[in-house]
Design a protein around this ligand. Structure first.
Ligand SMILES: Cc1cc2nc3c(=O)[nH]c(=O)nc-3n(C[C@H](O)[C@H](O)[C@H](O)COP(=O)(O)OP(=O)(O)OC[C@H]3O[C@@H](n4cnc5c(N)ncnc54)[C@H](O)[C@@H]3O)c2cc1C
Length: 431
């Protein structure tokens, strides 16, 4: 069997020998992860993780996937398996996901990231469109239809917040929404850097009745086939297979049944989703770190220099052990918060307001540290693998690119620091 089939990663020139490439298969990398997690996960979550991993192994084999393809083509099949999102049970749209919740979402993301990190990130953006629909469908048929299509992977979604002139200062939007006599809204303006922007069928768009006034923000579900929606692809060289868009809205008419939040409600709707969005990014960051470690640990145990496996040199084994310990620490912290969220939802059906406020700070703490850790672990593992880490023979290249972006999305590093330092002031005032 050729090596190309053994690891299913297409490359022009083989740099890593057959034996090591074979060992770095999806199956073995998952085994490494599972051996780390088996003693700390509850059986229902561990079993779900293993089931999701098995699905991806079969998918990789079925299509002889090389991870150079357009991953959007696999999403409907992933959706049928119930692996687009596991945050909810989705009973209201005829689904019955078990297990579901934040911990299940963590397992889903781990399995998906090990299969294809860029696909995991793209699917995450679709989930950002799912969450507002889940909260504001009000049993309106078209919203439930959109929700189901997104959750089952029939259609892709994107979320339109960032604008060319309004990034971190997202609340002061320049995109406008004007109410028509028939209760519909006319949207004009531009958005940028929307993950899935040029692939999405459904978009959740934020716009203000009055430019620069966040108190007049509305939230709208948009069918991207409507007149007035134009999306151009933005090239992000670090994630070349992910479609990121720049959208222009020209008199884009949104009928009343698609209005998720009228002007005045949009800002609250935007913030209510942020905690879960940031926790989703944390989970993705941790998954990327494990994925990078799984490659580097296998490689360092097999690659020989000076007649010895390089892991045995302190210069390799010790820093790798450090990266592993940091990743495990962050995994434990993330699991702990996921489990608390799941318990609260199970007991109360929703997250209490005070808890949600505190979660905002925790999510910022975890988001900022996990993004930094993911970047360090992915780069550190590349470095410890030498040329084998830098070439295109494995997924390390994808992991390196993605991990460099994670400090930007979902509120940049500085915005997280701003939130945290503001919280320190508040805590001091409580003394
Ligand atoms: C790959 C990718 C995918 C994305 N996906 C989406 C998506 O799906 N939907 C969406 O709406 N957006 C998306 N974004 C946009 C992302 O959320 C923004 O890039 C981010 O909010 C920062 O905005 P900006 O790029 O305009 O940078 P700016 O806001 O212009 O920031 C530039 C620099 O200034 C710093 N800065 C700004 N204000 C302050 C301050 N008050 N204090 C200290 N420092 C500050 C920032 O931290 C940053 O370092 C995506 C971005 C990328 C790169």
């Amino acid at each position: 069997m050729s090596c190309f089939l053994l690891i299913n990663k297409k490359f022009d020139v083989q740099c890593i020998n057959d034996e090591i490439l074979e060992k770095m298969s999806l199956k073995n990398r998952c085994k490494f992860l599972n051996n780390n997690l088996m003693s700390i996960l509850k059986p229902k979550h561990f079993n779900f993780l293993k089931k999701a991993q098995k699905f991806y192994m079969k998918l990789e084999e079925k299509y002889n996937i090389t991870h150079n393809e357009d991953f959007y083509q696999w999403v409907p099949e992933v959706g049928k398996e119930g692996l687009i999102t596991r945050i909810n049970k989705f009973e209201n749209i005829g689904l019955n996901f078990e297990p579901h919740g934040m911990t299940a979402e963590f397992m889903r993301t781990l399995a998906t990231d090990f299969f294809d990190p860029q696909m995991a990130m793209g699917m995450g953006a679709s989930v950002l469109a799912v969450n507002p629909l889940m909260l504001h469908h009000d049993n309106v048929d078209i919203r439930l239809k959109a929700l189901k299509e997104l959750v089952t992977g029939e259609k892709f979604g994107c979320i339109c917040i960032t604008e060319p002139e309004r990034g971190s200062d997202a609340v002061h939007m320049l995109t406008t929404c004007e109410e028509d006599e028939d209760g519909s809204f006319i949207i004009n303006g531009q958005k940028i850097y929307q993950t899935n922007g040029t692939k999405a069928h459904w978009a959740v768009v934020y716009a203000c009745a009055e430019k620069d006034n966040g108190n007049t923000m509305g939230q709208f579900l948009v069918d991207t086939s409507w007149d007035g929606w134009k999306a151009e692809r933005v090239n992000i060289p670090w994630t070349p297979r992910m479609h990121v868009g720049k959208e222009t809205f020209t008199n884009l008419k949104v009928p009343p049944e698609y209005v998720l939040g009228k002007p005045g409600q949009g800002r609250e709707h935007l913030f209510e989703g942020l905690n879960l969005e940031r926790m989703g990014i944390v989970i993705l960051n941790v998954s990327e770190a494990w994925n990078a470690l799984s490659h580097a640990v296998i490689y360092a145990n097999m690659r020989k220099q000076f007649n010895q496996e390089i892991l045995k040199f302190q210069g390799v084994g010790f820093p790798l052990a450090d990266l592993w310990a940091k990743t495990m620490n962050l995994t434990l912290a993330t699991l702990h918060i996921c489990q608390i969220i799941d318990e609260k939802i199970e007991q109360l059906g929703t997250l209490p307001k005070q808890f949600n406020l505190a979660l905002g700070i925790t999510a910022s703490q975890l988001k900022s540290q996990s993004a930094k850790l993911s970047e360090r672990v992915c780069y550190g593992c590349v470095n410890l693998m030498g040329g084998a880490g830098a070439c295109d023979n494995t997924l390390m290249h994808d992991l390196l690119g993605i991990s460099r972006i994670q400090e930007m999305g979902g509120g940049t590093r500085q915005i997280q620091q701003y939130i945290m330092s503001y919280a320190l002031r508040k805590l001091f005032r409580m003394l």
